[in-house]
Ligand binder design. Structure first.
Ligand code: ZN
Length: 538
């Protein structure tokens, strides 16, 4: 049998196999199990995080011959043919290569035809933001009144470039980048199943190079298997990626911090004899500096970032926060300018020497060395006490999370309270104030919004709103806007009502004020109602 690339071979076939994206999987499963089908879904997120994979699983859920359910059988004819990409009622279109309005219209003409033998005709439009303006208009017409047997699944890396009118028809799910730990764990599973040998650091390197995308990780793993002859080691992976193993990067930073100029130059000579990609190496260096800064703030992130604590903690403790910032800035500028150097390796070398020369010299005196040691000891103690004190708070957080794991407490009064506390920009907040809370089901919150407002609510507004609401609720939810009249309960109307009430009160107060009465009686005249403004701070 010919070699099948890992990303394809290990593509999840069910929601249970999907790595990460728990909030999306849960919302979709709940909806399917209670027969709530939306006619348009939008999956957004960076490349290789599972948008089309989720789309395909959803298609199977909708059409599995064993019934509509969140766990398709993967055995029936429908499931199998969807897996093999030959299901007649499942159309997968890449909008990047079919942007034109004719192509879109051709596709949409088939929407009216009833499905062959399945329940739903599913259209998956990938990279939907690439559609032309006319194509979007054609799509919108169909989305406004879709035949009941049709489901659209739109996928995009750039939701901000999808027209607000189209977004307003979709249940939108934002897929997150996977964490290094999620990627490493999955890589280990796949490689073990494949019978490939690996060491931990080689896995860490691949998962970092994948930058949040499982597909990219598996593609790099494919190359690595070929390059390393089925036994992945740290040094071979570095060679393949044109970088250095992490411990080498730590060593370079250690040389800079502790002014070991001789050792630094020796290391750099060694590096120049390897075929190293200096841009990537600078990326690694910058990434490490960033990790050091983060670890200074919260030491417990070491395990989240999957970093060797014995190496990176001492490094981050030996610099002040502003010194890390300084090195980062020098590195960033060097990355931009390195290509201008007569030779990129020289540019890299000069950048490291510059970092060294810009660090304050006081480090050299024994007095300050001693101080550094003392500081380190203090920091360690603090770290330890932080760690031990962080435990109880972690459990309480867990408890509240459990409590909050449902949106049942939400009603329009609660929502208005939450709305007032949202830290949104004034434009977005003004727009969102026109939406009224309708209901919360499982993890989905439904809002109603007048059509004219809905049509200006773009992807950026939605994303900001989604982030804010997740933060405010401390809970991953999905928001959905339905078109509808502005309800009396919307934050905007509530505010207007309050304002009117205050105005009334102010006007009453003025009319009944004895001093004002006196003036009116003695001098004659009337109160100009429109000139009354209540005090804002009430
Ligand atoms: Zn099935």
């Amino acid at each position: 049998m010919s070699y099948q690339v890992l990303a394809r071979k290990w593509r999840p076939n069910s929601f249970a196999e999907v790595v990460g994206q728990e909030h999306v999987v849960k919302a979709l499963s709940n909806a399917l199990d209670s027969n709530k089908i939306h006619q348009a879904y939008l999956f957004s997120g960076t490349r290789g995080v599972g948008k089309t994979t989720l789309g395909r699983i959803l298609t199977k859920c909708l059409n599995c011959e064993e019934g509509l359910q969140s766990s398709p059988c993967n055995k029936c004819q429908a499931c199998e043919s969807i897996n093999e990409g030959r299901f007649i009622d499942f159309q997968e279109v890449d909008a990047a290569s079919r942007r034109g309005v004719e192509e879109t219209q051709q596709l949409l003409e088939t929407v009216m035809h009833m499905p062959g033998s399945s329940r739903y005709k599913v259209y998956l439009i990938d990279e939907v933001h690439m559609l032309s303006k006319h194509s979007f208009n054609a799509l919108l017409k169909t989305l406004e009144e879709p035949p009941p047997h049709v489901v659209f699944i739109l996928a995009t890396t750039e939701p901000e470039n999808v027209p607000a009118t189209v977004l307003s028809r979709c249940l939108q799910f934002h897929l997150k980048n996977l964490t290094p730990t999620q990627l490493s764990d999955r890589l280990k599973e796949v490689l073990s199943e494949e019978g490939i040998k690996y060491d931990d650091e080689s896995i860490n390197q691949i998962s970092r190079a994948g930058r949040g995308s499982l597909r990219d990780c598996l593609t790099i793993a494919d190359q690595a298997i070929a390059f390393c002859n089925a036994s992945l080691t740290d040094s071979l992976i570095s060679e393949m990626l044109g970088t250095l193993p992490y411990d080498k990067v730590y060593e370079l930073i250690d040389c800079v911090i502790n002014e070991k100029a001789d050792k630094l130059v020796k290391n750099l000579r060694e590096i120049s004899s390897l075929s190293v990609d200096y841009q990537r190496l600078m990326d690694l260096l910058l990434e490490t500096l960033q990790h050091m800064a983060i670890i200074q703030i919260s030491p417990e992130t070491v395990s989240d970032l999957n970093l060797p604590s014995e190496d990176i903690i001492p490094l981050s403790e030996s610099l002040k926060a502003e010194e890390i910032q300084l090195l980062y800035q020098i590195g960033l500028i060097a990355k931009r300018d390195m290509d201008l150097a007569p030779n990129i390796g020289d540019g890299f070398e000069m950048a490291l020497l510059r970092m060294m020369s810009f660090l304050p010299e006081e480090k050299e005196t024994t007095q300050s060395k001693k101080k550094v040691v003392e500081d380190k000891a203090e920091l360690k103690e603090e770290t330890i006490s932080k760690k031990s004190s962080s435990k109880p708070t972690a459990t309480t957080k867990n408890d509240t999370e459990k409590k909050k794991n449902s949106l049942a407490f939400l009603d329009s009064k609660e929502w208005n309270k939450i709305f007032n506390s949202l830290k949104l920009g004034s434009g977005t907040k003004q727009l969102i104030s026109h939406c009224s809370f309708l209901r919360a089901e499982d993890t989905v919150i439904y809002f109603s919004m007048p059509k004219d407002k809905l049509e200006i609510l773009n992807g950026t507004h939605r994303e900001k709103f989604q982030d804010c609401i997740n933060a405010a609720l401390d809970f991953e939810c999905v928001i959905f806007f339905e078109e509808g009249e502005a309800l009396e309960s919307s934050p905007n109307k509530t505010k207007q009502k309050k304002k009117a009430k205050r105005l009334n009160k102010a006007s009453e107060a003025i009319k009944n004020d004895p001093a004002v009465k006196n003036i009116l009686d003695s001098l004659g005249g009337t109160i100009i109602e429109s000139s009354i403004t209540p005090k804002e701070s009430q």
